[in-house]
Design a protein around this ligand. Structure first.
Ligand SMILES: Nc1ncnc2c1ncn2[C@@H]1O[C@H](COP(=O)(O)OP(=O)(O)OP(=O)(O)O)[C@@H](O)[C@H]1O
Length: 695
């Protein structure tokens, strides 16, 4: 009986005798009494995170101007607990979260340990996930598709499709999303989006999960659901940490652990249930019926006088931890009058979900026992049957678990769960699916190419073989460059930055490498751009009666295709390096010199010598030269002339006038290919820099 009583006090658990292997010893399995459990997730170890004397500084303006945002704070965040990081606006909550997740690494001093060992950021990133405030989801996928992408990228390739499907179904059911599995992400409610964000990261069962303001933008009922869900996750042995602004009293009660910051210092760390008692012991009485969460924020803001220094000293800037059932640190006020009272209180007030500590307790003499299986703690408890009293060690270090964490899958040198080819393939398929779904943009692009093609065809109708209209034909060749350049460049400038937030989240949470992602998005748009370009070129080439010779058409088309790919790459560089507003202005402005030096407005010999180098950089020049050579070079016969005198009847004269007599189309094509490669590599480097600089 004692066993049952002790265990039920320890948490909302079911106790099942599973076998009796030794005389007098009874093996008991304890599982949390959750309605739904996640039984198909990969096994992961519990993780405790601690930080000591953490200082974070940023440089503002001039080098000497340094701002200290976090001031030597310490703290400890345990597995099996739901922790809230609270504080007034600007206190440093997001900064602390960003440092703990590993999102911010520079400008930081102090130590961060995982299960008592110095944190290895690479291993830690595999153990943790960071769910940012704005859900960062792709709106063009259904819930099921989004989950399939997550399982394909986050579970090892060896996992069978059936197992992946089971993981998806189980998570969706547990998170109450199975009814919406066919709903497009963009149509989900705020609360459902939040749950989907959690579901996506839950796929590989990270033992430590960070949330930045998970309740922002949710109504009170959704807030409650969201925090209940986080609590359930914590019950499964995970370490759940979230920043929260000012929760209602009902929400506040659901948190196990509270970490409060004020002006970059810790003013409270400990059990939420003992906050009022602790503040009272320091002479700060929380008025009756007042929300303790509001009270600590008001105190931190100085509404009850300047108490920050006193609170920081009392809690030793986070080195002290107010735990249930233990006396206040360095305090004369004993929490309990005698040991018996303390034990009684321990039994009743012990955090019911503190399964990680139970795990330590139930470790048997051989070191076997508690292990986290599939998100559910299961114990083979021999000692309990012997009637040993249950005492929870609040400060137990989890060295053994650290080893588990580092010797398991997390210690492998592989950064990602899948190969780079698999990542490339999954991201490519997803991007192609977006293109298929986002038909408005596709139709618009197709429509624009066909419409402009016919318009140009009508304007320059049948001029290609007319010796008196060669100048107009050159204008047509130049316009082709202009049109193809702008259409392919602006699309990328506008669409690429919109992808950035999702890329930042997924890349940070180790879904895929930047290389795989970049290759996939680079490859994904090329076929569409090529098809649109071919359609346009066929229309204008035929309508304007350019030479009906296959090799000339092939060269003309190649030059046009390369121009549109190069311009797309320029868009990628600009999109990767800056936001939409700056990009939309800067890209066309930057293109002006290339247009001026294209050879259409001024021939090469007429350009001042000190400016000629710009012509070598002008990709428009290579494209224009390519189409001009395809049209007039290679011994083209004299053009027809329906007037008394046609100066440009002989194509040689046209080439001479353009300073293209000795030009070589192979060089133009090679130069365009080279510029294409250089720009694509530059875009990748810019993207890498951008990802680093946003952190
Ligand atoms: N890169 C930076 N340069 C200058 N100051 C910064 C920088 N990052 C953060 N800060 C400052 O550090 C302080 C803490 O910022 P942080 O975003 O962590 O606060 P917070 O507690 O999350 O606030 P909120 O609840 O309003 O989001 C703020 O005063 C902010 O202005």
């Amino acid at each position: 009986m004692k066993v049952d009583k002790e265990l039920s006090l320890a948490g909302p658990v079911d106790t099942k005798p599973i076998m009796s292997d030794r005389k007098g010893s009874l093996k008991v399995t304890i599982t949390p009494a959750q309605h739904k459990t996640l039984t198909h997730l990969p096994k992961r170890p519990p993780v405790d995170l601690a930080f000591t004397d953490l200082t974070y500084r940023v440089q503002e303006g001039r080098k000497s101007n340094v701002k200290t945002i976090l001031k030597s704070v310490s703290g400890r965040l345990r597995s099996g607990e739901l922790t809230a990081i609270m504080g007034p606006s600007g206190a440093g909550k997001s900064t602390l979260l960003n440092i703990l997740t590993g999102y911010k690494t520079s400008g930081m001093e102090g130590s961060i340990t995982v299960n008592g060992m110095e944190r290895n950021l690479s291993s830690f990133r595999k153990l943790s996930c960071y769910i940012m405030q704005d859900n960062q989801l792709h709106g063009n996928l259904t819930v099921e598709e989004a989950m399939s992408v997550a399982t394909a990228l986050k579970l090892p390739s060896a996992t069978s499709s059936a197992d992946k499907e089971e993981v998806i179904q189980e998570i969706l059911e547990t998170l109450g999303l199975s009814e919406h599995h066919k709903t497009m992400t963009s149509n989900l409610s705020g609360g459902q989006k939040k749950r989907l964000s959690i579901a996506l990261e839950l796929v590989n069962n990270p033992p430590i999960m960070f949330f930045d303001e998970p309740t922002s933008g949710l109504d009170s009922s959704s807030c409650f659901q969201c925090i209940s869900l986080l609590k359930t996750l914590a019950r499964g042995g995970r370490t759940i940490i979230c920043t929260i602004h000012q929760p209602s009293a009902r929400l506040f009660e659901m948190f196990d652990h509270l970490y409060t910051l004020a002006d970059g210092q810790c003013v409270y760390q400990g059990s939420t249930g003992r906050l009022v008692e602790w503040l009272g012991s320091l002479g700060l009485q929380c008025p009756s019926y007042h929300n303790p969460a509001s009270f600590i924020i008001e105190v931190s803001c100085g509404e009850y006088g300047d108490n920050t220094g006193k609170l920081v000293r009392a809690i030793d800037n986070g080195k002290n931890d107010i735990r249930d059932g233990v006396p206040f640190p360095d305090s004369k006020i004993p929490a309990y009058n005698n040991k018996r009272d303390m034990e009684a209180s321990l039994a009743t007030t012990r955090d019911k979900n503190d399964l990680s500590q139970l795990q330590e307790k139930f470790r048997d003499a051989n070191g076997n026992g508690g292990n986290l299986q599939n998100g559910i703690l299961q114990y083979a408890v021999n000692e309990v049957a012997k009637g040993e009293p249950l005492v929870v060690q609040m400060e137990t270090e989890k060295q053994d678990n650290a080893e588990v964490a580092l010797l398991g899958d997390e210690a492998s040198p592989r950064r990602y769960a899948t190969s780079e080819f698999k990542q490339f393939w999954v991201v490519l398929k997803r991007t192609l699916l977006f293109s298929r779904r986002d038909w408005t943009l596709m139709y618009l692009r197709l429509f624009a190419h066909i419409l402009v093609g016919f318009l140009i065809g009508a304007l320059y109708y049948d001029i290609g073989d007319d010796g008196s209209k060669v100048l107009s034909n050159l204008g047509f060749l130049f316009f082709n460059m202009l049109f193809l350049m702008y259409t392919s460049m602006t699309i990328t400038i506008l669409s690429f930055p919109l992808e950035m937030p999702v890329l930042v989240k997924e890349h940070f949470n180790r879904w895929y490498s930047l290389r795989s992602y970049y290759l996939a998005i680079t490859v994904s748009d090329i076929p569409f751009q090529a098809i649109f370009c071919v359609i346009y070129v066929v229309i204008v080439y035929l309508l304007t009666s350019q030479p009906a010779v296959w090799f000339r058409f092939a060269m003309f088309l190649s030059s046009c295709l390369l121009i549109s790919f190069v311009a797309q790459s320029v868009g990628l560089v600009v999109g990767a390096a800056m936001n939409v507003q700056n990009g939309v202005f800067l890209a066309p402005v930057m293109s002006v010199p290339f247009l001026l030096f294209s050879g259409f407005f001024v021939s090469f010999n007429a350009i001042p010598k000190y400016l000629r180098w710009i012509t070598y950089l002008s990709y428009i020049r290579y494209g224009f030269e390519g189409t001009a050579l395809a049209t007039y070079s290679f011994d083209r016969p004299k053009l027809q002339c329906h007037q008394t005198y046609c100066h440009f009847k002989n194509p040689e004269i046209t080439l001479e006038e353009l300073d293209m007599k000795d030009a070589d189309i192979t060089l133009d094509i090679a130069a365009l290919c080279l510029i294409f490669v250089v720009l694509r590599v530059s875009a990748f480097l810019f993207l890498r820099w951008k990802l680093k600089s946003t952190r």
